[in-house]
Design a protein around this ligand. Structure first.
Ligand SMILES: Cc1cc2nc3c(=O)[nH]c(=O)nc-3n(C[C@H](O)[C@H](O)[C@H](O)COP(=O)(O)OP(=O)(O)OC[C@H]3O[C@@H](n4cnc5c(N)ncnc54)[C@H](O)[C@@H]3O)c2cc1C
Length: 385
């Protein structure tokens, strides 16, 4: 029913000039907004509008739908630069790309209109897959969609939906035929303001500029025209691409944390010398440098494998290995930075506790740590369930 979402880049750019442009965008548009967003756990909608105006939403979307039709490598460059300023905002354009990809690749003309609006900054999207009882095990979702004439009636609860209460349209995965397991699921593009859709924020300690929501559907009626020919397989392919962006996100973040820790270790004096003159501190920073460089290699290797046009089946091992390594590396680097900050590190006077808290999200989203190990073990031919 659903071909795996696979889009080759049509256009190319001067990558260094593009990196520079993304860096400036992040410094101006994200740098000025993240602290208030973090304090209030509130997404600033102007950031989405600014990103669309700068042509940074839909980087890999078809040109015919207002996208730039660039490759995974270019998107990773953008995300890395955003994340150096703020790792949470960095994921906003990525979510738009994954949700938008469902509309471009599996949608009808009505869906394409939504995609055009999304790329133009007029229709913020969210992805609603996870449920309170179905996190890593997406196949066990319970939300149902029952056909009644030209409409579908949605019932169920989704959890952890980033921007779920801020978006215009939710891309909702629901069971359309409970007898067919993962093959009996479809995505629906649901207007958030539809009667029967309710959202409530889930308060978190980390990732606060990009709030997550519980979204409930109680007899929400959605026209058949909003159903997509996309289900479980399509989102798994989308997640595979998103994992490369997750690597770029944490690669950017760990560089900022390492740079901060290096400066601090050179400047902070105890026992008459910089704390970085002690081997136990210096070695943590040396390890951090290796973590950054290895993460860079892993991230851009996975991105280039995507851009090579190889079948998804052939790149899963590279993508999951990269995701596993980089999300552990960012944990090591930010924990070292926090440690090097000493008592001051856990105060609001230094930025490092916030960095460490945000990095705690890294191994969880888009396939948790053990899920990546499971994928890798299977790719190695092990009979791992
Ligand atoms: C900040 C944030 C944003 C998110 N945004 C979205 C979003 O926009 N849309 C969306 O749909 N979802 C979103 N999610 C949900 C995210 O994808 C899930 O949290 C993730 O899939 C894990 O599910 P869970 O939290 O229910 O953990 P669980 O699946 O309950 O896992 C708990 C622990 O058990 C481990 N585990 C699970 N199964 C196995 C196994 N077979 N073997 C060994 N260990 C196992 C996991 O690795 C984990 O450590 C978000 C989550 C967070 C935290």
């Amino acid at each position: 029913m659903e071909p795996a979402a696979r889009r080759s880049a049509k256009n190319s750019v001067d990558r260094e000039a593009f990196r520079d442009m993304c860096r400036k965008f992040a410094q101006v548009e994200m740098g000025s907004r993240w602290q208030a967003a973090d304090r209030e756990s509130k997404f600033p909608m102007e950031l989405y509008h600014a990103a669309a105006k700068a042509g940074l939403i839909g980087l890999h979307a078809p040109e015919s739908l207002g996208g730039a039709e660039l490759g995974v490598t270019e998107e990773a460059i953008a995300v890395e630069e955003y994340a150096k300023v703020n790792p949470n905002f960095a994921i906003m354009p990525v979510i738009q790309g994954v949700a938008g990809g469902l509309l471009w690749d599996f949608g009808n003309e009505g869906h394409h209109q939504l995609a055009r609006a999304n790329n133009a900054g007029e229709c913020l999207l969210a992805i609603a897959v996870t449920e309170p009882e179905a996190g890593s095990d997406v196949q066990s979702i319970k939300t149902t969609a029952k056909r009644e004439g030209d409409e579908w009636v949605l019932d169920g609860i989704k959890a952890f939906i980033t921007l779920g209460g801020d978006c215009d349209v939710l891309m909702v995965l629901a069971r359309t035929d409970p007898t067919k397991g993962r093959h009996g699921m479809h995505f629906f593009a649901v207007d958030r303001r539809t009667p029967g859709v309710q959202t409530s924020q889930i308060k978190t300690y980390a990732n606060r500029p990009m709030p997550t929501y519980r979204v409930s559907f109680n007899g929400a009626r959605v026209p058949e025209s909003r159903r997509l020919e996309a289900g479980f397989g399509a989102i798994m392919a989308g997640f595979n691409r998103e994992r490369v962006m997750v690597c770029a996100r944490w690669l950017g973040h760990m560089q900022t944390a390492l740079a901060w820790a290096l400066d601090y270790a050179k400047v902070r004096q105890q026992f008459g010398k910089p704390i970085g003159a002690n081997q136990s501190i210096a070695f943590q920073l040396a390890q951090g440098h290796v973590d950054v460089e290895a993460s860079r290699l892993y991230t851009y290797h996975a991105a280039s494998r995507w851009d090579s046009g190889a079948p998804i089946q052939d790149i899963i091992l590279d993508v999951s290995s990269a995701k596993l390594f980089v999300t552990q590396a960012v944990y090591r680097v930010t924990q070292s930075a926090l440690h090097i900050g000493g008592g001051w590190g856990i105060t609001e006077e230094l930025p490092v506790m916030r960095m460490a808290l945000d990095a705690l999200v890294a191994p969880v989203t888009v396939g948790a740590y053990e899920i990546q190990l499971r994928v890798i073990a299977k790719q190695l031919g092990l009979p791992c369930d």
